[in-house]
Every structure is written in structure tokens, then in C-alpha cells.
Design a protein around this ligand. Structure first.
Ligand code: NDP
Length: 320
């Protein structure tokens, strides 16, 4: 099969196409014929070595496809089932052996591209807006990188929950996309905290959803209302340097959390619940998935380069 293999950490050029033997599903695993692969920023962290993983490896966590074979002891899944996962051990490939416990069913009303595009970022937007800080009707929230994969989903879900959404983006094209997703106000990054204060009558926002990290962190803290929540869920611009917890007091007894999807899908019940909500919204049209870019699997390096250079909007897919 075709796959992307990383033999050393580094820039997008280390994502090299290679021929690999088809994986054999072990006990409790399922062989999946992959139809679409989701690109996520975490794939960049594993590629660079910011998140450690033994070399060599096939990168990628998210894919959707059809069950092609069952390993020993697998009962609840059948050959031919349409499935997806955010825990694929090597999604940048034509086939992968995935633990059956990590699969979710893809309903008939959701195509494979939408299934691969919506699952990881959709479940993340789900937990951020419903569990980390449960958005209340009438809240104002700030969503950074509002035209990105995460940003467009967060904006839509926060709007559905009755919030007023202020977004940040870096270009007029991205501003338009964020508005189309429902953002009420879209700002550039320069001086955003002052603008947020003005827009909220001096009060600040109930929550900031910040996947940008180093370059926005201070402004995000300064944008919060008293006892507001900063959900720092990523670091697209780099890691936030160590800081003094006293800053949380000065910002108004605010809450800072650094959440991750695995801790919000830790049980099978929670995984299936969030996945079924997300796919239900996609099937009903309540959640629109914007696939901004499709690449051949062999062009994974170009996809990463585009993502890191801020040239992309919405979700990036690799097609095997
Ligand atoms: P995006 O599509 O949002 O791409 C990143 C965006 O961040 C860019 O398009 C850009 O938008 C903005 N950005 C601002 N500064 C920079 C910079 N210096 N370099 C690169 N991008 C920058 O990516 P994803 O939706 O895949 O991921 C967004 C964030 O969410 C990532 O930090 C990721 O790690 C995190 N994440 C966290 C999860 C969790 O559970 N904790 C799960 C899923 C994602 P603009 O040009 O408008 O500024």
C-alpha cells in the first residue's frame, strides 16, 4: 500500500511517500480501507518532534473508510461497515489496523470526506463549548483563528448555543469565511484585547477559545471578564512560555485550562456520544464542514507547509 513515512523529525520535507506492506489486524483490531484522511495541527507537532514518537512512523490520527478485515475477538464491527477514528496508528496510508474500541460508526447521511473532516475537530469543538466552558445563551466568546478548521466549527457551535462570537483572523478572505460561519464581529490580531473590551462595554468575554498560543496568550487573558475561562487548546504559533499564576488573579480571578480531546473522550460512552452528536449535526446540516483543501496522499508535505504558513482555511484532507 501507499503510505507516508517519517524517518527523521523536521520540516514538511520529512513526509516521504513510501510503499509499505498492508498492516495485519491483531487481536481486537480491524483493518480499515481508508477513503479520506484528516490533517490536524497535532500531526505537525509529531512531525517536528515537539510531541515525541519513536521513529520511523506513519503519521496521522484521523481517517474514515470501510472495514476490510477483522482481527481475532472483534465482535461489534463487521466487514463492510463504514467507520472513522481519531486514534488511527498511522492514518497517512491506504490502509490501517485500528483497535475496534477506537472506531465510531459513520451514519449513512455522512460521506467519507465529511466523516474524516468533522470528527477530530468537531468533537474538540463539542467538548470545548459544552464541557470545558459550557457556553450560555447571551455570552460573548472570543474564538481565535476563526476561519481555521477548529475556528469555523467553534464559531458555528457557539452560535447554536446562543452566544455572540467575536473572531480573529489574518486576512479579508478568512474574515469573510468566519462571518459566513456566524461570527458577529471579526477582528485582526493587532490590539484585539482592547477591541474586545470596547465591544463588551468594558466587561470582557465569558470564554476565550485559543488554539494559537504564544502570540495570543497575553491578549486572551486580558480579554476575559471576571471569572472568565481561557481554554488554551493549542499552540499553532508556538508554546506559551512559563508564567506566574498571580496573572490569573490580576486578570479577574480567571480560569486557565489546557485541555486535550483524549481526556474528553476517555470512555467509550463519551467517545460515541460526542461522535454521534457531531455526525448528527453534519447529517442534518446544522454543522457545515468547510473542506478548504484536498491533497493527494503523496503531497502530505505540501499540506503541512500550507497549514503552517497560514495559507489554509477550514479542514485539510489527504486522499489516498
Ligand atoms: P487551523 O486550521 O486553525 O490552522 C492554524 C491557524 O492558526 C492558521 O490558519 C492561522 O489562522 C492561525 N495562526 C496564528 N498564528 C499562527 C502561526 N504563527 N502559525 C500558524 N498558524 C497560525 O488548524 P487546526 O484547526 O488543525 O488546529 C488549530 C489549533 O487547535 C491547533 O493549535 C491545534 O493543535 C489545536 N487542536 C487542539 C485539540 C485539543 O484537543 N487540544 C484538538 C484539535 C486541534 P489566521 O491566519 O487566521 O491567524
Amino acid at each position: 500500500m501507499r503510505a507516508i513515512v517519517i524517518t527523521e523529525n523536521g520540516g514538511p520535507e520529512v513526509l516521504k511517500p513510501a510503499e509499505r506492506p498492508d498492516p495485519e489486524p491483531g487481536p481486537g483490531e480491524v483493518l480499515v480501507d481508508i477513503a479520506a484522511i484528516g490533517v490536524n495541527y497535532i500531526d505537525v507537532y509529531f512531525r517536528t518532534g515537539a510531541y515525541a514518537r519513536p521513529l520511523p512512523f506513519v503519521p496521522g490520527l484521523e481517517a474514515a473508510g470501510t472495514v476490510a478485515a477483522l482481527g481475532e475477538g472483534v465482535r461489534d464491527v463487521a466487514v463492510g461497515d463504514r467507520v472513522a477514528s481519531v486514534s488511527v496508528p498511522g492514518a497517512y496510508a491506504q490502509r490501517a489496523a485500528v483497535p475496534a474500541a477506537d472506531l465510531v460508526p459513520v451514519p449513512d447521511g455522512v460521506g467519507f470526506e465529511d466523516a474524516a473532516a468533522a470528527l477530530l475537530q468537531g468533537m474538540t469543538a463539542h467538548y470545548l463549548t459544552m464541557s470545558t466552558y459550557a457556553v450560555q445563551p447571551g455570552d460573548t466568546v472570543l474564538v481565535h483563528a476563526a476561519a481555521g478548521g477548529m475556528g469555523l466549527l467553534l464559531t458555528q457551535i457557539a452560535k447554536t448555543r446562543g452566544a455572540r462570537v467575536i473572531g480573529t483572523t489574518s486576512t479579508p478572505e478568512k474574515e469573510k469565511l468566519a462571518r459566513d460561519a456566524g461570527a458577529d464581529v471579526v477582528l485582526g490580531y493587532d490590539g484585539f484585547a482592547d477591541r474586545v473590551r470596547e465591544l463588551t462595554g468594558g466587561e470582557g468575554v465569558a470564554a476565550v477559545y485559543d488554539g494559537v498560543g504564544a502570540s495570543t496568550f497575553d491578549g486572551s487573558l486580558a480579554s476575559l471578564r471576571r471569572r472568565g475561562t481561557l481554554a488554551l487548546y493549542g499552540a499553532a504559533s508556538g508554546k506559551v512560555p512559563p508564567f506566574d499564576p498571580q496573572a490569573l488573579n490580576q486578570a479577574g480571578s480567571v480560569f486557565l485550562t489546557r485541555p486535550t480531546l483524549a481526556h474528553y473522550t476517555a470512555t467509550r460512552e463519551e467517545l460515541l456520544g460526542r461522535a454521534s452528536d457531531v455526525y448528527g449535526w453534519v447529517a442534518s446540516g446544522d454543522l457545515r464542514v468547510h473542506v478548504g483543501h484536498r491533497y493527494d496522499l503523496a503531497d502530505a508535505g505540501t499540506a503541512h507547509a500550507d497549514l503552517e504558513a497560514r495559507r489554509t482555511t477550514g479542514k485539510l484532507l489527504l486522499l489516498p
